[in-house]
Structures are given as structure tokens and as C-alpha cells.
Design a binder for this molecule. Structure first.
Ligand code: SF4
Length: 421
């Protein structure tokens, strides 16, 4: 196809050509106008810091109902011990109708739930569309019979117990099935049984031994469940074992505790982590409302210890399937020193179909970010291939033609240009 034809076929190119004819100051006005839609709405998309008063009110209500103090609240063990697991208590704190309460009771019989007092304080009372509530409180939609328990076939990518290996030079070790809160969309919900258990020392040693025997493994991700649910001493033991293996270059942790249980990020934990650098942490914010003073503090302690932080958002209907919500989230993450790393397309896990979105919707969100926010705020959009086929990145199409001696591309505004090939 000739460049001219491509130009004519591109719906935006006329308006962009017009823009290019404008003089300099008009150009800058036009640049600002290109994010006008976001600027007019961004203050209505609230972070937890912006809604601090409301969250503080809920926190006081929870503390009173548990007859607890601020120092207990600040203790992650207390938070874990007091996770909400009963429908009547939940109903009282977040204001549920009788019908909603009965639904939770029904779903809870099939899929376990547990919400840390901290994370529950972020739920907006009486709002069924609250993004924090959607992620944490059971819904009748979970009983819909669509999807599979293990669509990624993790079981089939397991060379030894606890290890998932899909790539040549890296692997995952799952050290616990426990989390601060059980996300309603979790891809590993099949592993979250009726009782919380950590993997035994013997099993972890066997997994580490697998790493030792396979010299091409240079990157180990410790996850679960949630890796930071382990005690500091257990984390230190795993780190020291891995660091005794020469070919392990980097160690990563996957943890949602900065989001669901920020009290877990203590100075003592960080002291352990920084002894074994390079250590990376990937966390998992899905909504601007999850960015609170407490989660900010947790991320800053980690960042101050030289630990690079990445965010792995899951694209979820009703929670963040909106371009402005994603932009606000990613920009707010950068402000607390977390780099948006991945946006995961939701996996077809049974009991989560109410969260699914289309690939087209995901691509539209990616299109809306490029050029309109810093490159740092633009993660990679990933669709995981079913049955362990691995991460597949997706981008809107910027390459319109590629031939022997030239390539034709479009920029974020739809302007078309050529490069020699
Ligand atoms: S924190 Fe991670 S592993 Fe735990 S329930 Fe949520 S998504 Fe699943």
C-alpha cells in the first residue's frame, strides 16, 4: 500500500494535518486539548489519599467493632489474625442489604474469603460498585459456570513441587498459599484452600535445589499466595539459600501486601531484603483508591532500601476497565515510586467471568496512554497464552506498512510518517 493511500484510509490523519498547519501557540493549546477529557474527570477519580477522611472514618468503625487500638492496627500479625471471614460482620461494617449478606454466605461456602481490617477500611460503605469491594467481597457471579480452575496449566509447568517454570532462564517458587486478602479474581484460587499453609522447609529446599541444579536459572521469583506473609526469619533463610547459588543473578518477590496489608512492610523486613541485593518487588495495585498514606509509606520504605518496585495490574471489568482510571492509577503509582510494569489481561479462571474484558478494550486503554502520559506510566499489556504458552505482549498497531526499503508508521496522534528500512 502506498503512503498516500494509507493516509487517506486513516480516519485521524485529516485532523492531524490540520493541526500541523496551526502556528506554534495553537499547537501547544492543541496538545493541552488532547488531554482535556482526562483533565476534566481526573479529580472525580479518587485515590485513597484524596479520600482519606472517609477511609479514616471506616477504620475507626472497624477498630471499635474489634475493640482494638492503633498499635494493634499497625501490627501486621494482628491484621492477619483479624481478617474478616464472616458475612454478618462484613455486612455491619460496609452496610450490606439482607440479600447481599445472604449472597456472601452462599458464595463463601464455595470460595473462601478473608479481608484484612485495613483493606476492608478502603471499601466505600453502601456502594456495590466500589472497586475495592468488587475485588474483596464475594459476589453471586462467582457461581457462574464459566472458565477453568487452572487455565494456565500451572500444574503442567511444574518440574518439582512449588516450582512453576515456563521460560528458559527464570522460574517461580510458591512458598505459601496465604494472602492478606483473597482477591475475587485470583488466578490461583484453586490453591487457596480452607486452611492457610506455608510450604514446608523440606519442599522449599527441594525447589531451591532444582534452581541449584539448573545453571541457566538466573532470576527467581518468590511468590505464593503472598511471599511477604512469611516471617522475616523464613524470608532471610530463603534469600540466603538462593544467594549461595552463583548463577542466581536477581531475586524477585511477588507481594500484594503493600496494597492489602501495608503494615507488613516493616523496617526489619527491609533490613533483611537489602542484605541480599539485587532484590526486586512486584506488587499489585488495581485501583487509585488503593493508594493510601499507609500503602505509600510501605512503598517508600522499600524504595528507600534500593528495591525497585513494579506494579502488575490486572485489567478487571468494573474496577479499572477505563482509560482515565488506568491513567490516574499509573500516574499516582509513579508518585509513590512504583513503576507500572504490566497490565494483565484477565485469565479465564472459573468463578471470575464477571471480571473479564475483551482484548479490544485492553488495546483501547493502551492506545489512550501513549503520548498522553509519560512513557514511565505505560506498562506492557500482556495476554497470557492458555495452557502455559506464556506472556504475549500486545500493542495497538503503529506499523501500517513494512516493505523492502521503507516502513510506514503512525504516531500517537494518528500522524503518518515513513522511515527507511
Ligand atoms: S494477593 Fe495475589 S495470590 Fe493472593 S489472592 Fe490476591 S491475586 Fe491471588
Amino acid at each position: 500500500m502506498k503512503t498516500e493511500e494509507i493516509r487517506e484510509n486513516n480516519v485521524d490523519s485529516g485532523s492531524r494535518k490540520e493541526l500541523l498547519r496551526q502556528n506554534g501557540s495553537e499547537r501547544f493549546t492543541a496538545l493541552r486539548d488532547s488531554i482535556d477529557d482526562y483533565l476534566s474527570i481526573k479529580d472525580s477519580i479518587r485515590t485513597g489519599i484524596e479520600d482519606e477522611e472517609e477511609i479514616e472514618h471506616q477504620k475507626k468503625k472497624i477498630l471499635k467493632s474489634l475493640n482494638a487500638s492503633q498499635s494493634e492496627w499497625d501490627d501486621y500479625r494482628w491484621q492477619l489474625k483479624n481478617r474478616f471471614t464472616g458475612h454478618t460482620e462484613l455486612a455491619r461494617i460496609i452496610g450490606l442489604s439482607k440479600e447481599e449478606t445472604e449472597d456472601i454466605e452462599r458464595v463463601g461456602k464455595k470460595y473462601r474469603y478473608a479481608i484484612s481490617p485495613y483493606y476492608l477500611s478502603l471499601v466505600k460503605p453502601g456502594d456495590p460498585a466500589c472497586p475495592v469491594r468488587l475485588q474483596s467481597v464475594p459476589s453471586m457471579h462467582e457461581l457462574e459456570d464459566r472458565g477453568e480452575l487452572d487455565p494456565m496449566d500451572e500444574a503442567g509447568s511444574t518440574p518439582v513441587e512449588l516450582v512453576t517454570r515456563r521460560y528458559p532462564d527464570r522460574l517461580i517458587i510458591k512458598v505459601t498459599n496465604m494472602c492478606g486478602m483473597y482477591c475475587r479474581f485470583c488466578q490461583r484460587r484453586r490453591l487457596i484452600g480452607e486452611f492457610d499453609t506455608h510450604a514446608s522447609k523440606e519442599k522449599i529446599l527441594k525447589a531451591i535445589d532444582y534452581v541449584r541444579r539448573n545453571r541457566e536459572i538466573r532470576d527467581v521469583l518468590i511468590t505464593g499466595g503472598d511471599a511477604f506473609i512469611l516471617e522475616d526469619s523464613q524470608i532471610e533463610w530463603i534469600l540466603s539459600e538462593l544467594r549461595s547459588i552463583k548463577h542466581v543473578e536477581i531475586i524477585r518477590f511477588g507481594s500484594r501486601t503493600p496494597v492489602t496489608l501495608p503494615q507488613r512492610i516493616t523496617r526489619e523486613l527491609v533490613k533483611v531484603l537489602k542484605k541480599y541485593h539485587p532484590v526486586y518487588v512486584n506488587t499489585h495495585f488495581n485501583s487509585p483508591r488503593e493508594i493510601t498514606r499507609e500503602s505509600k509509606r510501605a512503598c517508600e520504605i522499600l524504595a528507600d532500601a534500593g528495591i525497585p518496585l513494579g506494579n502488575q495490574m490486572v485489567l478487571l471489568k468494573g474496577v479499572n476497565d477505563n482509560r482515565h482510571v488506568v491513567r490516574k492509577l499509573n500516574q499516582a503509582l509513579l508518585a509513590i515510586r512504583v513503576k507500572p510494569y504490566y497490565i494483565f489481561h484477565p485469565k479465564t479462571v472459573r468463578g471470575t467471568s464477571h471480571f473479564w474484558v475483551t482484548v479490544q478494550e485492553g488495546l483501547e486503554i493502551m492506545e489512550s496512554l501513549r503520548g498522553r502520559t509519560s512513557g514511565l506510566a505505560i506498562p506492557t499489556y500482556i495476554v497470557n497464552g492458555s495452557k502455559g504458552l506464556g506472556k504475549t505482549p500486545l500493542l495497538p498497531n503503529y506499523l501500517l506498512y513494512i516493505g523492502k526499503d521503507r516502513a510506514v508508521l503512525r504516531n500517537w496522534q494518528g500522524e503518518i510518517f515513513e522511515v527507511e528500512n
